[in-house]
Design a protein around this ligand. Structure first.
Ligand code: GLU
Length: 491
């Protein structure tokens, strides 16, 4: 049987981390099984559903690369079918008319509360004489439709939780069609899933209590049951339910902060799923191959931004430089505009030397965890002027006079024709100077890094020198010495 799964978000907000993970698990399952992935927008809550939310969900899925095979279909478009299905249940005796008014139900609930008892509908309208009920309906008395719940346990074999069972009596006769003619959620979902021939329902744990009701509806409709799999909650590192305090909840916020979709997909996949070994860095193809719904853990997953950063860094490191160049250009251009300048002014040659840009991205991409961090490391190689990071200055330029002197000596030494021949020669020259000065190599290398990059970050300094090129590197070293002169306290 061909696998058909669906992601069924309600368009009441952005695509959040939990929804995106549900979508991803469905999508991975479909791709792994050669199945079909549907998108159904559950927009029956008219007051809270908005087209811009639907768009945000589509944008989020598109950014993550979760392509939809069928849909989006809109649940509200199916309302006539939902109603028809509810009436069919009445026709076949699986549902009955309930004439209890909202006020009566509220009073009974209140009474149960006072008595300290749990409330469930007592089934009284289900015991009405059929002819009498017909007559009341014909006379125009409003009624809701309730499903007759059999007095037996309802269970299923959950793909994630294993055997699940709701004991007899734990579910009361529930409404499927309200007295105003609107179908309720559980009916709409079953009607839509059956219509779309969904074979596997993979969704959040918060729907566990809906599943027995939905199973009853499948049975009443005489439709084959899908398999169900309920994905555990996501918690923050403090063990509390995931909230804004733990980081952005909208998936697209991570795009805007400079995470790669590959990093985000990898991170989401590991929220509750593990391949069973210690392998953590996956590209999408690897995930499709390794994913198994049976390996989704029963216990809640922990949302750890540190892990996202680390994984994203691995994906940046694995990306071809050409794929990262566009983002770097965009970020630096945006910053230039914020300063009222153009990219050509702040970073001459950045746009016009794609090969050099690619080479530099290749050099620095091993460490940054986000695209803005990558751009920060590319920037010094092209920047017209360099500003020095305060922390780096404090840490590595503690002795301005001595450092200025070392930097000048270094500039002299590197000014010769041969020094920039290759990385090895540069290393020999820099280490040679440290030996001559009788200081550890770090005393020259660390201040030099700040002079060249403005920061204390660490791509290999000799590679940095080489990639920067003779002219720019010498100018930077001399400028740093000048800057340090100005910091030497007057005698
Ligand atoms: N619309 C529901 C939600 O957003 C999902 C329903 C389902 O997957 O069955 O939680």
């Amino acid at each position: 049987m061909a696998v058909r799964v669906r992601f069924a978000p309600s368009p009441t907000g952005f695509l959040h981390v939990g929804g995106a993970r549900t979508a991803l698990f469905n999508w991975l399952f479909a791709r792994r099984e050669g199945g079909t992935f549907l998108l159904r927008v559950e927009d029956t809550d008219r007051a809270r559903s908005r087209p811009e939310h639907t768009q945000a969900i589509l944008d989020g899925l598109a950014w993550l690369g979760l392509d939809v095979d069928e849909g989006p279909v809109f649940q509200a478009d199916g309302v006539e079918r939902h109603r028809r299905d509810a009436l069919r249940l009445l026709g076949q005796g699986a549902a009955y008319r309930c004439f209890c008014t909202a006020a009566e139900l509220a009073a009974r609930r209140e009474e149960a509360k006072r008595a300290g008892a749990g409330y469930g509908y007592d089934g009284r309208c289900g015991r009405l004489d059929a002819a009498a009920a017909d007559a009341r309906a014909a006379a125009g008395e409003p009624f809701a439709l309730r499903v007759r719940v059999p007095g037996e346990a309802i269970g299923w074999e959950d793909m994630i939780h294993g055997p699940m069972s709701f004991p007899a009596g734990s579910i009361d006769d529930f409404i499927v069609l309200r007295s105003d003619g609107t179908p309720v959620y559980n009916l709409a979902v079953v009607s839509d899933d059956a219509e779309a021939a969904i074979t596997h329902v993979i969704r959040g744990d918060d729907h566990l209590s809906n599943t027995p009701k939905q199973i009853l509806l499948y049975r009443a409709f005489g439709r084959p049951l899908p398999r169900f799999g309920h994905v555990p909650l996501i918690l923050g590192p403090d063990g509390k339910r995931l909230s804004k305090r733990h980081g952005a909840l909208s998936v697209l916020a991570y795009r805007d902060e400079g995470y790669l979709p590959e990093g985000m997909v990898n991170f989401l996949a590991l929220l509750g799923w593990s391949p069973g070994d210690d392998h953590e860095v996956f590209d999408v193809g690897g995930l499709i191959e390794a994913f198994s719904i049976g390996r989704v853990l029963k216990k809640s997953a922990v949302f750890d931004l540190e892990k996202l950063g680390w994984l994203n860094g691995r994906h940046i490191a694995d990306s071809p430089p050409a794929g990262l160049a566009g983002a770097v250009l965009e970020i630096l251009a945006r910053e230039a505009v914020q300063e009222g300048r153009s990219l050509a002014e702040t970073h001459p040659e950045l746009e016009t030397s794609p090969e050099r840009l690619a080479r530099i991205i290749d050099l620095v991409k091993g460490r940054p965890r986000t695209l803005p961090a990558l751009a920060r490391q590319v920037s010094p190689f092209f920047a017209a002027t360099l500003s020095y990071d305060d922390d780096a200055v404090k840490r590595f330029w503690k002795r301005p006079q001595e450092t200025a002197r070392h930097l000048r000596r270094l500039a002299e030494r590197l000014a010769g024709e041969v020094a920039f021949r290759d990385v090895e020669t540069l290393e020999i020259e820099v280490r040679g100077l440290a030996a001559e000065l009788e200081v550890g190599a770090g005393r020259v290398i660390n201040p030099l890094r700040v002079a060249l990059m403005g920061q204390g970050v660490r791509p290999g300094i000799f590679e940095v020198l080489e990639a920067m090129g003779r002219e720019r590197a010498l100018a930077r070293i001399r400028a740093a010495a000048g800057f340090l002169d100005a910091r030497v306290p007057a005698a």
